[in-house]
Write a protein that binds this ligand. Structure first.
Ligand code: PNS
Length: 228
């Protein structure tokens, strides 16, 4: 943005020859004129100059980096939470963005997924939760984000992530995708597997935050397992 710099110059201008001077037909003689005192009118002008920011030597405001961590989060797992925690240390602001995509037929609505995220990101002051529909690059633009954060658990994630990163770069070359390797303790966890194991009566404690497990219990009725 160009910087607007306002400079006030006091310009003394001799306007004795300008219209309105003593010799002008429109000049009404005042008492000083009548006494023969020479008059000089002084004009003060304010000049506003537009200076491009690149030409100023003013110290620049440090720019904070905003990153978007997009996903379905249906529901959030401890693997996601680990990435949020590490991302919050890398970037000035991290926005966890829930995809509103009803065609994927999620188990939880976008509002429920956001509520689950909000329940667990409270301890990170630079992390916010939002949702989006449409193109991810447009959502990132609305937040002036310059980074997309994604996690890679295994080589099988790589192809899908590479495709998305290259497509997003083509759509907006100013947006960098940054990958973090998943913590090995969580590298086998996915939202899909968590739901499947839970629905079949398996134990998911330690895989998702306790508040998420409680919501899953209310949403999915588990079969009784022998010996459980
Ligand atoms: O958790 P997921 O399901 O792997 O997340 C996928 C997500 C939300 C990152 C991806 O589907 C996405 O960005 N969708 C938005 C639509 C979009 O921008 N598509 C074009 C770029 S790939």
């Amino acid at each position: 943005m160009p910087l607007l710099e306002e400079q006030a110059y006091s310009m003394r201008t001799d306007i004795s020859r300008a219209p309105g001077n003593q010799n002008s037909p429109r000049h009404k003689p005042c008492s000083d004129c009548k006494r023969g005192v020479p008059l000089r009118r002084v004009v003060f002008a304010t000049i506003v100059t537009i200076i491009p920011e690149s030409e100023t030597r003013l110290p620049r405001k440090p720019r904070g980096v905003t990153a978007i961590y997009p996903g379905s989060f249906d529901p959030i797992t401890n693997g996601h939470l680990d990435l949020i925690q590490r991302g919050s240390r890398l970037f000035d602001r991290l926005i966890v963005s829930v995809l509103r995509n009803e065609t994927k037929q999620p188990l939880f609505s976008a509002e429920e997924r956001m509520a689950m995220l909000n329940e667990v990101v409270g301890e990170y002051p630079n992390v916010a939760v939002d949702s989006f529909a449409g193109l991810l690059v447009d959502h990132a633009g609305r937040h002036s984000a310059t980074v997309l954060l994604r996690g890679i658990r295994a080589i099988s994630d790589y192809e899908y992530e590479l495709q998305m990163a290259l497509m997003n770069r083509r759509l907006n070359p100013g947006l960098e995708t940054v990958f973090l390797l998943a913590n090995e303790a969580y590298s086998f966890i996915s939202s899909r597997l968590v739901k499947e194991v839970f629905a079949l009566g398996g134990n998911i404690s330690g895989l998702v935050p306790p508040s998420v497990e409680a919501r899953l219990k209310r949403r999915i009725s588990q079969p009784k397992r022998k010996g459980a």
